[in-house]
Design a protein around this ligand. Structure first.
Ligand SMILES: Cc1cc2nc3c(=O)[nH]c(=O)nc-3n(C[C@H](O)[C@H](O)[C@H](O)COP(=O)(O)O)c2cc1C
Length: 151
């Protein structure tokens, strides 16, 4: 089965999380990881599982992910959403990943996990424990998606 991980990243943390999620997914899936700009219709068409991530920015969802999701063709496939943000900031912004999840559902996708946040340091780097958590989350998504397809 194939998984597509699409992310937007200005400073690199969301890209790092996406790449760790992809590492976890590789136990069960053939994985493609691309920034929003590289997410072509052809990649969506062959993906059995779509994972989308965005950094939290002042106005919620980053614009590239928003445009990508708004332009998605409806597909009844499995999906999951994540975000990266500064520790403690979600009281201000809410959770960007929930917005991604809502848009995915609106386009017919079935969310197989709760939207997840990964926390970056105040220096804007991804701590090792969050990178490891992203790998575990990716592995868990892979197992759930495999079970869902077998059912
Ligand atoms: C302009 C800007 C605005 C941000 N606004 C928020 C915010 O409102 N809430 C939040 O939780 N984090 C906010 N952050 C922190 C980023 O979400 C966090 O650093 C993120 O991991 C950056 O991802 P990137 O390295 O992939 O670009 C902001 C960062 C920047 C640069």
């Amino acid at each position: 089965m194939r998984a597509l991980v699409v992310y937007e990243s200005r400073y690199g943390s969301t890209r790092d999380v996406a790449s760790n999620i992809a590492d976890g997914l590789r136990a069960t899936h053939e994985v493609t990881v691309v920034p929003v700009a590289g997410a072509t219709a052809g990649l969506f068409a062959v993906a059995d599982l779509l994972v989308v991530g965005s950094p939290a920015h002042r106005h919620g969802l980053s614009s590239g992910v928003h445009d990508l999701l708004s332009g998605l063709e409806g597909r009844h496939e499995l999906a999951a959403a994540f975000d990266t943000r500064g520790n403690g900031m979600h009281a201000v912004t809410g959770r960007t990943s929930r917005g991604i999840g809502r848009l995915l559902k609106r386009h017919g996708y079935l969310l197989i996990a709760s939207p997840e946040s990964f926390l970056v340091t105040s220096q804007g780097t991804l701590p090792d424990n969050e990178a490891a958590r992203a790998r575990r989350w990716g592995a868990a998504l892979g197992i759930i998606a495999t079970a869902a397809h077998a059912a």
